[in-house]
Structures are given as structure tokens and as C-alpha cells.
Design a protein around this ligand. Structure first.
Ligand code: HEC
Length: 149
């Protein structure tokens, strides 16, 4: 009886640990998807002419990018040791072998956003902003993001 309780307890514990890990991976993925909604969903589509230029949406996207990027270091503090189920992209384990280098990829994005904030007035200036910001996002992705499928 006692043995069963101990075994059950251990099973429950490991089940909740697995769930927590998946939750962490999902949080990290959600943060990235949020950045993508602003950079690709709003900004890139406007640059391409798929969406008409709207100053308020552009300004809001920049603010949300700024907020999101500010959360990367803490959101990736813990290694979930697993990928989000069915995800296209995953995290490289290198992140947690060299978290300081991973974190060092964030300030360039922050700076790129700060440099263009308040200066975007039309599609031409938005395109410059898009190219610089996207370049910095990729500065991290090329080392730390893994294509899963
Ligand atoms: C410091 C590193 C870092 C920076 C900076 C960064 N990312 Fe990521 N990104 C990652 C990692 C790691 C992954 C893979 C894990 C994941 O999806 O959560 C990822 C995944 C993604 C994905 C794929 C999500 C999916 O699963 O479909 C998108 C889209 C994305 N990032 C967009 C952006 C955009 C846009 C920016 C810039 C505004 C950005 N990222 C900046 C590290 C970074």
C-alpha cells in the first residue's frame, strides 16, 4: 500500500514536471509568435503592400515588438528540454550552454527598434526599419533556432 502511494506520487510528480516543461516551451514559442505577428503580420505585409499603410498600426507594432523583445532573456531563462509539440522551429540546446552569448543577441534588436521608433512615416522608412530589425532577429536565429521540419 505504502509502496503504491510512493510510486503513484513519483508518477504524478514526473507527469507535472513534463507538463511544466511543455508549458515553458509553449511560452517561449508564444513570445516568438507574438514578435512575428508584429514584424511579419503587420510591418512586412505593409512593406509588401498587402496591407495599406496605417500609422497607428505601425506605431503599435513597434511598441509591441519593443515589449516582446524585452522579455526574451527571462522567458528563455529555463531550458524546457523539449520542443513544442508539432512545432516547425525549436530551441538549440546551445542557448543554455552559453546563455550569456544568447542574451547578447538581444540588445542589437532593442537598439534597432529604438533607432527607428518615432521615425517611421511611410512605406519607404518602414522598409528600412523592417530590414534592420529582421536582420537582428536573424542574428540570434542563425545560431540558436533549429528548424524541426
Ligand atoms: C536572442 C535570440 C532571439 C531573438 C533576438 C529573436 N528570436 Fe525568434 N526565436 C528564437 C529561438 C531560440 C526560437 C526557437 C524556439 C521557439 O520557437 O520558441 C525562435 C523562434 C522564432 C519563430 C518561430 C516560431 C514558431 O515556432 O513558429 C519566429 C517566427 C521568431 N522567432 C520571430 C522572431 C522575431 C520577429 C524576432 C525579432 C523581432 C525574433 N524572433 C528575435 C530566438 C530569438
Amino acid at each position: 500500500m505504502k509502496r503504491t502511494v510512493v510510486v503513484m506520487g513519483a508518477l504524478l510528480l514526473s507527469a507535472s514536471a513534463v507538463m511544466a516543461q511543455q508549458e515553458i516551451a509553449v511560452q517561449q514559442d508564444n513570445l516568438m509568435r507574438g514578435l512575428a505577428r508584429n514584424l511579419y503580420g503587420v510591418i512586412s505585409k505593409t512593406v509588401k503592400g498587402d496591407t495599406p499603410y496605417d500609422q497607428a498600426s505601425v506605431d503599435a507594432a513597434i511598441v509591441q515588438l519593443e515589449e516582446g523583445v524585452g522579455k526574451i532573456a527571462t522567458t528563455f531563462a529555463t531550458n524546457p528540454k523539449e520542443d513544442v509539440k508539432d512545432a516547425t522551429y525549436g530551441s538549440s540546446q546551445k542557448i543554455w550552454q552559453n546563455k550569456a552569448d544568447f542574451d547578447s543577441k538581444i540588445p542589437p534588436v532593442v537598439k534597432a527598434i529604438a533607432d527607428v521608433k518615432g521615425k517611421i512615416k511611410d512605406v519607404a522608412s518602414l522598409k528600412v526599419a523592417y530590414d534592420t530589425i529582421n536582420d537582428r532577429c536573424n542574428g540570434c536565429h542563425e545560431t540558436y533556432r533549429v528548424k524541426l521540419k
